[in-house]
Write a protein that binds this ligand. Structure first.
Ligand code: HEM
Length: 470
């Protein structure tokens, strides 16, 4: 059985198809774009269904998030249909976000220490930058949320991030009911995490869903945008103004100063070009519910809204957004269920982590280079101007430090053509039995023109068998 066409990610490549909406993207009138934007926003704010009270809105969102909720055992604002559960969780998160004793310097230090240790590991391989971003983001999220006395061993962090990634992919790709992530729950229970507010330490794997309910809305939204923003800011669109923009990080974080505002534009532009939630899903009300989605990624990239440089990374565009751009920019969604991290916390977290990556990886004398490796290539590729922000694409980026030897890796250059990325090879899990990730086979893309006249892909869609991915 063939699966549906679904939008997956933005990537570089050539234009290979002419769907009608390609023409629409290129030639839409101002009035049409406003109508389209209103439609997208009506999905996000539930006005498409004529509802706004939590008792009516929550079920429409919970139904759309049901598979992920059951795959990870989540009970939080994003997965519940019950207003009291939503309210309690939201209050806890708001308290956490406004914690008076947060030290951004300490979080920055945890991020740089984690990355430095990643860089120094002698594995015979270049640094897999997606794995490093995941481990660093998870360390910071855990330290910010839990009272952690002993540093969590790297091996446990890696297992947790791998298990989350695998579980996410399997849930998205397969039609069968998601299995409980037993290994993930065991690893989380091993961390002896004690929540800052409840002071309750969770050591029972059956209660790990409570930890995941807290960390997933943070960790999963952070690591990919952090990685993408780092690649865009430091490697793909390095700007002469970057050093000055970030010079006061981490000291400026939380200060609401002019310096901080400049630094946070890095996160704002990263969240524009690579929003953590590319699409926002709702179910329609009534006896025959259907899943519908707002295309946040396209709202953030549409050339009729963002101009000819829509696909380029340029934090300075946030010096002065037009009213239409302000309306289209919704990385944290909008009322009635806007993310509680919308008013600075999310931007600060992204900036803290991105700058930590830049400081550790790109200011050392032995500064490295980033290379995408893909299944078709024999070796390192040149940096493309746009990046594949899908889970699969993110795995292909390697950080190659100058002056370092990568014996094992170099020896395998010959066999590169047959090389499968390590995370794609991980097919079986000792607890749940075999599980294979089958990636998309056919892709169609919708391209646009960058300001330098080059073709650049705006959206790509994969035809996949019996499931959907995003
Ligand atoms: C870059 C960082 C983040 C991004 C881009 C982001 C994005 C979002 C989005 C798009 C939604 C709304 C989904 C919808 O409309 O259905 C949301 C909701 C939510 N987010 Fe975030 N988020 C981020 C960080 C965080 C953090 C750090 C926390 C917790 C400390 C958090 C907690 C929540 C919660 C509790 C909700 C549900 C709000 C509600 O139902 O009223 N998020 N987030």
């Amino acid at each position: 059985m063939q699966g549906p066409w679904i939008a997956v990610h933005i990537t570089s490549g050539s234009y290979t198809d002419t769907p009608t909406w390609h023409a629409w993207i290129q030639e839409v009138s101002e009035e049409e774009i406003k109508v389209w934007l209103r439609e997208q926003k009506s999905i996000i704010d539930f006005s498409f269904a004529g509802v706004k009270k939590p008792k009516d809105t929550l079920p429409l969102r919970a139904a759309a998030n049901a598979r992920i909720a059951s795959a990870f055992g989540l009970t939080n604002s994003l997965t519940t249909s019950t207003p009291s559960v939503h309210r309690l969780f939201f209050r806890k998160v708001a308290l956490h976000i406004n914690r008076p004793d947060r030290s951004w310097k300490a979080l920055f230090q945890i991020a740089t220490a984690t990355l430095t240790a990643e860089l120094r590991r002698d594995t015979g391989w270049p640094l897999r930058i997606a794995e490093a971003a995941r481990i660093t983001s998870l360390s910071v999220v855990l330290y910010d949320n839990f009272d952690i006395a002993e540093p969590i061993p790297r091996d446990i962090l890696r297992k947790i991030t791998d298990e989350i990634n695998d579980q996410w992919i399997v849930t998205k790709y397969s039609d069968s009911p998601p299995q409980s992530p037993r290994m993930l729950n065991l690893h989380l229970a091993d961390c002896n995490l004690s929540h800052r507010f409840t002071n309750r330490t969770i050591t029972d794997p059956d209660e790990s869903g409570e930890i995941l309910s807290i960390i997933m809305p943070q960790y999963e939204t952070l690591w990919r945008v952090v990685l993408a923003t780092y690649l865009l800011a430091f490697h793909i669109y390095p700007s002469p103004t970057l050093a000055a923009r970030i010079s006061s990080v981490p000291a400026c974080l939380g200060s609401n100063s002019g310096e901080e505002k400049e630094a946070l534009k890095l996160a704002k532009e990263g969240l524009r070009l690579t929003p953590s939630n590319k699409r926002i899903y709702r179910h329609t009300p009534g006896p025959l519910p259907t899943q519908i989605k707002a295309d946040l990624e396209l709202m953030h990239r549409h050339p009729s809204i963002w101009g000819p440089t829509a696909l380029e990374f340029n934090p300075s565009r946030f010096d002065n957004l037009t009213p239409l751009q302000q309306e289209a920019y919704l990385p944290f969604s909008s009322r009635p269920h806007r993310c509680p991290a919308f008013s600075g916390f999310g931007d600060r977290m992204v900036t803290c982590l991105v700058v930590a990556m830049g400081r550790v990886l790109d200011t050392a004398p032995e500064k490295g280079r980033i290379h995408p490796i893909n299944e078709q290539s024999d070796g390192p590729q040149q940096l493309p101007k746009t990046i594949d922000t899908g889970r699969e694409g993110m795995e292909s980026w390697l950080y190659i430090q100058s002056g370092r030897e990568y014996k094992e890796w170099e020896e395998r250059q010959e066999a590169r053509r047959n090389y499968k990325l390590p995370w794609m090879k991980r097919k079986e899990n000792s607890e749940t039995g075999s599980r294979q990730v089958v990636m998309g086979r056919r892709r169609r893309v919708i391209s646009g023109k960058r300001s330098d006249g080059m073709d650049s892909v705006i959206a790509a869609q994969w035809r996949i068998g019996g499931g959907s991915i995003e």
